[in-house]
Design a protein around this ligand. Structure first.
Ligand SMILES: [Zn+2]
Length: 417
């Protein structure tokens, strides 16, 4: 812990009140006045207490910071203090290396600002004030957009309060789905912009510049016409592909709708605890191959409880068929199933499935492109979505969209190439 304090040496180390207190100072060296360059005269030292990376106990650095007076009596600077940026910023109270440590904890260890503040023995505000400028610097560095060839998009609701107070509830997220040299997708959240619209997406693409737009070869998206238009208008060379995650979600949503409608029809009210279909909600959302024998028999029992439940079962099978297109080892086989879906769903007597079928037929090219672009969007969007949800929950929500964006970009690897 004591090594790696650049530019200073340790004078002594004390333990008191469960704190490790390390007193440090710099070696004397001729120092020029920052105003005029004239050699300065030492005027003693002052104690500055800094929060450092905690070990078993909290660590305080006491820096005996040199104070100088300018050698030129006419200089406007009069007195000044020494600066060691590798130790701490000019006005900071958290050491430079503790800031780097905190950012690493936020990024890799699902830490929260409140948790870091506890460990450092300081306030939420102090930690955020130290971390925020570093994150802004990283976010403004356009080099983090280099090498993006597969671009995904995903939107989510980030707050549930009055939009007049906090702005639009939806945020549109741009996701890097580019594969590395081994063919693995390392999904990164590249940005979050307010609203859910083609305009928000096109605006962001516009800000990125020609070089970025030219290198994007595949644009994965959910079936939302605004995005399609944005891709056609700004990404000339890119193939639009429906994101697997979003398509599977559409299937699951259709089953949910059927279940709710059938519950309403058979019971005259919404499903509640004890109703046969209510208990199998989560089973209906899972992939058939992941169900245990116990879950299978619970599902069978719920379906058999009423003849009208057969409709839910058929819808579930349709969603499973759609899902299985994405789970084939062989892409050609996946495409064959996708084509079956396109041929059959829109004529299904279950209205929710027929509507899903019509949506997919409208997006036919983008739906099938998944199977010819080598699973371009598999899993990446879902992974980023999961990280966002986890971090929103860990922080118990956010009030400030600017902070939210920086934190989510950091957690979902968007700030590190
Ligand atoms: Zn001077």
């Amino acid at each position: 812990m004591l090594v790696g304090l650049n530019g200073v040496h340790v004078e002594h180390v004390d333990r008191c009140d469960g704190l490790l207190v390390v007193t440090v100072s710099s070696s004397p060296a001729p120092t020029g006045c920052p105003g005029c360059g004239v050699v300065a005269i030492g005027r003693g030292r002052r104690r500055r207490v800094l929060h450092d990376v905690p070990g078993i106990t909290r660590v305080r650095i006491v820096w005996r910071q040199r104070v100088f007076r300018c050698g030129d009596a006419d200089c406007a600077r009069k007195t000044f203090v020494e600066q060691i940026p590798s130790l701490v910023g000019a006005r900071g109270s958290i050491t430079t290396r503790a800031i780097a440590w905190a950012i690493g904890q936020l990024r890799r260890e699902h830490a929260t600002i409140a948790g870091l503040a506890r460990q450092l023995g300081t306030s939420w505000k102090t930690v955020w004030r130290a971390v925020e400028p570093e994150l802004i610097k990283l976010a403004e560095d356009e080099s983090r957009f280099e090498g993006v060839t597969i671009l995904g998009i995903d939107e989510h609701v980030w707050h549930h309060v009055d939009p007049r107070k906090r702005g639009p509830k939806e945020l549109t997220g741009m996701v890097d789905l580019t594969r590395d040299s081994s063919g693995k997708t390392r999904a990164r959240l590249l940005d979050l912009v307010p609203g859910r619209s083609g305009k928000a997406y096109a605006g962001w693409l516009g800000e990125r510049g020609d070089a970025f737009r030219k290198q994007v070869k595949i644009a994965a998206l959910d079936p939302f016409a605004g995005y399609k238009t944005a891709i056609e208008d700004t990404l000339d060379d890119a193939v639009a592909v429906l994101d697997a995650f979003h398509v599977v979600k559409l299937g699951t949503a259709a089953v949910d709708e059927v279940r709710r409608r059938v519950q309403q029809d058979t019971l005259g009210h919404r499903g509640r605890k004890g109703d046969p279909l209510y208990g199998v909600q989560t089973i209906l959302r899972a992939g058939a191959e992941n169900l245990t024998d116990k879950q299978r028999s619970r599902l069978a029992k719920a379906i058999e409880a009423h003849p009208a439940h057969e409709e839910v079962f058929v819808a579930w099978q349709c969603a499973q068929q759609l899902r299985s297109a994405y789970h084939q080892k062989d892409l050609a086989e996946g495409r064959r199933i996708a084509e079956q879906v396109l041929e059959s769903f829109h004529t299904c007597p279950i209205p929710e499935i027929a509507r899903l079928g019509r949506t997919l037929r409208r997006w036919r090219d983008a739906f099938l492109a998944y199977f010819t672009t080598g699973r371009s969007s598999n899993g990446g969007t879902e992974a980023v979505n999961g990280i966002i949800e986890l971090h929103r929950r860990l922080a118990r929500g956010y009030r400030n969209r600017h902070n939210y964006r920086l934190r989510m970009l950091l957690a979902a690897s968007g700030l590190t190439p």
